[in-house]
Design a protein around this ligand. Sequence first.
Ligand SMILES: Cc1cc2nc3c(=O)[nH]c(=O)nc-3n(C[C@H](O)[C@H](O)[C@H](O)COP(=O)(O)OP(=O)(O)OC[C@H]3O[C@@H](n4cnc5c(N)ncnc54)[C@H](O)[C@@H]3O)c2cc1C
Length: 116
Amino acid sequence: MPGNYEIAVLGGGPGGYVAAIRAAQLGFKTVIIDYRRLGGICLNWGCIPTKSLLKNVEIYDTIKNHADDFGIKFENLSYDFRRIIKRSRDISRGPSLKHCAVRPQMRQVRSLCRSS
Ligand SMILES: Cc1cc2nc3c(=O)[nH]c(=O)nc-3n(C[C@H](O)[C@H](O)[C@H](O)COP(=O)(O)OP(=O)(O)OC[C@H]3O[C@@H](n4cnc5c(N)ncnc54)[C@H](O)[C@@H]3O)c2cc1C
């Protein structure tokens, strides 16, 4: 992104993008520099993808240990670890995921950065 900037924020994680948005709101011409992905650990690898994994555990535990309470019957409950990980990764980055609650957060960060 060529141009002259008054503030350069190194790192586009929650610390960086919040600082950059605030700097821009205060009127400084601001750029975020990140050598990996906007959103940092939290949106791409940490907070958000791990919540997907926790949801898997919750669903599996409910079915395995509380199915009877819900009137659900099953045989041979199992899981596909590859699919579990894929869903978690898709939630952070995959445009193919149709029913994703988190994807809009990433768009929001991008558009906040653009509009600031
Ligand atoms: C598995 C896991 C689960 C988590 N769950 C939660 C949670 O539920 N709730 C919560 O509040 N926190 C959670 N965290 C912590 C959260 O991810 C961090 O607190 C947060 O990401 C820190 O933000 P940050 O901007 O300081 O750093 P980061 O998110 O690490 O962002 C730093 C950014 O800087 C970039 N960068 C680094 N060096 C350079 C360089 N030299 N040049 C260019 N770019 C650079 C990196 O690519 C990265 O994008 C979790 C962390 C992990 C690992």
